[in-house]
Each structure stands twice: as C-alpha cells, then as structure tokens.
Design a protein around this ligand. Structure first.
Ligand SMILES: [Mg+2]
Length: 381
C-alpha cells in the first residue's frame, strides 16, 4: 500500500483538515492546525507531503522520525502541528488496514469511557453561575472557565476578588461533586498568580491552567509551591522534551494538543514521560472532530489520563460546529459527562467529506483577538 494523494481543507470556524489517500482506496483524516495560523500550517503540510507521497502509510514511526527530524530544523508550532495532523491520518489508515480502533493498536483500552469537560463564561468570563448550571443540567461533571480577561501585571485587590468570586459562583452552583478547572491562558504574571492562587485554594479547583506563559516556565516551581492548587500546562508545548522542565517543576497535569504536539505518536510518549513524574494527561482540544477523535483514542489507551477538553458549544465557534463535519454524531454523545469508547476502526469517526469540501469552498480567515491594556499597550489574550 502506498500514499497516493494528500489534500488540505480550510474549514470554518478556524480549522484545517488533511485527507491522506492510498492506492488501495483507504482514506485517513487528520487535523493539522495552529489556530489563527491555519494557512501557514497548510503550507508546511504541502512541503511534508512531498516526502510522504509513494510511501507505505503503515510505517508511522519511521515517517514521524523523518517528518520531524529530516528537515534539519525541527519543532515549533507550525512544523509540529503539520506533523501532528499527518500522524493522525496515518493512524486512521492503520486502524482501517488492521480492522481495529487506534486505541487497540496502542495496546488496548484501559478504560471504557472518557470524562470530558465543557467551557463556560467566554473570553471575559461573566454570567458564570447560569452557564455552570446549564452544564450541570446537561450531565457534565466538570467545567472549565477563563480565570480573567485582561489582567494587570500586579492585579489590584478588585481584580483578585473578581477571580475569586467567579470561581465561588461556579462552586456554589456545581457543589462538591463536580470539578472546576481554571484557565489563566498565559494572561497572568508569576507575581499575579502567586497572589491569586492562595485565595482560590479553598474553592479547590481541579487545576489551574497556563498560569504563566510557556516561556516563563522557569517560574512554574514557585507557582506549584505557592498553593495546593494543582498546576496544568502544555497547550503551547510541541514535543516531549519541552514537557521535561514543567514536569521537573512539579506540574500535576500535562496538556499537549493532539494537533500541535506531534500527533498521536508523540502525545503517547508525553503521557509516558508524565507518568514517570506521577502527572496526568488532559489533552488540549478546542478543535474539530478529527482532533477530538485522536484525543479520545489516546485517552482510551493511556493509564495516567485525567480528563478531555472538547469544543462543542465553545465560545470561539459561532456559526459552525464540530458535529457539522461527521456523518454520524452519535459517537460524540455525552453520557453522564463522558464519551463512551469508540469501536469503529481507525479514529472511529466517519468524516462527512461532502460537508468538508463544501465548507472549504468558503474557507476562513480566523485570527485571534489582539487585546490592549487601558494605556494602549499589548495585553495577552
Ligand atoms: Mg488553555
């Protein structure tokens, strides 16, 4: 079997899909994307495709090594995301070729269902109580929300209190049997986070995410020791070596993105590295159905898995939705806050190719907002 053709599709709301076709008619799908830079990743996929055409799709590890390292310069969001999407597509093909779901090829399921969380509150969180109540009513056992919008480098008492009161409002609605994860989105300074965390510790969040930017990971140890709140990070890290420092600093949760950190092949290895530190995996996934399916396949086969992000109803996606691109949305149905184990071969979903091709005729030009502080200076989004 040989790879015959590789196509890419830019589809709303802000995604890029790739389709890998073999000479035997098997088709695998992947989602190589960096949100806001989808066209750049598309170019990277086209360059990497030069190598893959004519190759045996089942030599996934060999291709991962050459796609990642064979260009001399390596890593970073664009190249690692391009490799990630192609890697997902190759695993999809392998599963179909062997007649097995990807998690079976990864050693078999270690769980029967995958716990997921939903987002509430939007970019600048408000009306948290109402949104949390709606998710609880829908059966979700965990939610995630942004801790804050724009945040001063040294937050005022009012800014600190606003974070605390939002978490408190969610906790009051959700009670003690559901979880609240809090995303700082890299918007806080180390000083701000060390001020805020002790004040929210009593509300017992599941974890705080990206308390500081990846380039300030040298602060993570101080942040971990500032409070008993578990610290999570990793959506802007692109390979196992980049997770070593945060794990050594004591983070409790690693959050590689299946579409950014080298795909199924590399996220499996990141999970294994985390396991040696007693840390757990909670993959980042505000993306489409292929990235989510790849995440779920890894979750099903990974012992040190915590919870899965998913984007159904997320605030970024006005007008189009994850389920628009699959023939049958049933596999993604939530049952008591979980997604049940996928049984179909490959990634376990059937991409609606006609819907993808139709959406790609329009494409998208999604860019993230650029925020400014009150004085006009740049603010982290
Ligand atoms: Mg995040």
């Amino acid at each position: 079997m040989k790879i015959d053709r590789i196509e890419t599709f830019l589809v709303a709301p802000r995604w890029l899909f790739c389709r890998v076709e073999t000479d035997e008619g098997l088709v695998g799908w992947g989602e190589p994307v960096v949100e806001g830079r989808a066209e750049v990743v598309r170019s990277a996929v086209e360059v990497l495709a030069e190598y893959l055409i004519g190759e045996d799709p089942l030599r996934i590890e060999q291709h991962w090594q050459i796609l990642t390292k064979g260009g001399f310069y390596r890593g970073g969001p664009v190249l690692s995301s391009a490799v990630a999407g192609l890697d997902q597509a190759l695993w999809d093909i392998a599963g179909q070729a062997y007649g097995a779901p990807v998690h079976a090829l990864l050693g078999g399921p270690v769980r029967d269902r995958v716990r997921v969380y939903s987002w509430i509150g939007g970019d600048e969180p408000g009306e948290v109580a109402e949104a949390a109540a709606a998710q609880a009513a829908a059966g979700l056992t965990a939610i995630k929300m942004n801790a804050c919008g724009r945040l001063s480098a040294i937050p005022t008492p009012a800014e600190v209190d606003a974070v605390v009161s939002r978490v408190a409002a969610a906790r009051e609605v959700l009670g003690d049997n559901r979880d609240i994860a809090l995303d700082f989105h890299g918007r806080a300074s180390a000083a701000a986070v060390r001020r805020i965390l002790p004040e929210i510790a009593a509300l017992r969040p599941l974890f705080v995410e990206e308390p500081v930017l990846a380039e300030q990971a040298h602060h993570l140890h101080d942040i971990v020791t500032a409070s008993p709140v578990p610290v999570a990070t990793g959506e802007r890290l692109y390979g196992r070596a980049e997770f070593l420092g945060p794990l050594q600093a004591g983070v409790a949760v690693v959050q590689p993105d299946l579409s950014h950190a080298g795909g199924i092949s590399e996220v499996r290895r990141i999970a294994a590295l985390a396991e040696t530190y007693g840390a757990v995996l909670a993959p980042h996934c505000p993306l489409g159905p292929i990235a989510l399916a790849a995440s779920l396949q890894v979750a099903l086969a990974t012992p040190n898995f915590l919870i899965q992000e998913q984007s159904i109803g997320i605030h970024y996606h006005a007008g189009s939705e994850l389920l628009d691109y699959v023939v049958d949305p049933a596999p993604f149905q939530f049952v008591d806050g979980h997604i049940n184990r996928f049984e179909a071969p490959g990634l376990g979903i059937t991409v609606d190719e006609a819907a993808v091709r139709a959406a790609a005729r329009t494409g998208h030009a999604w860019r993230n907002p650029v925020w400014r502080h009150d004085d006009g200076s740049f603010a982290e989004w």
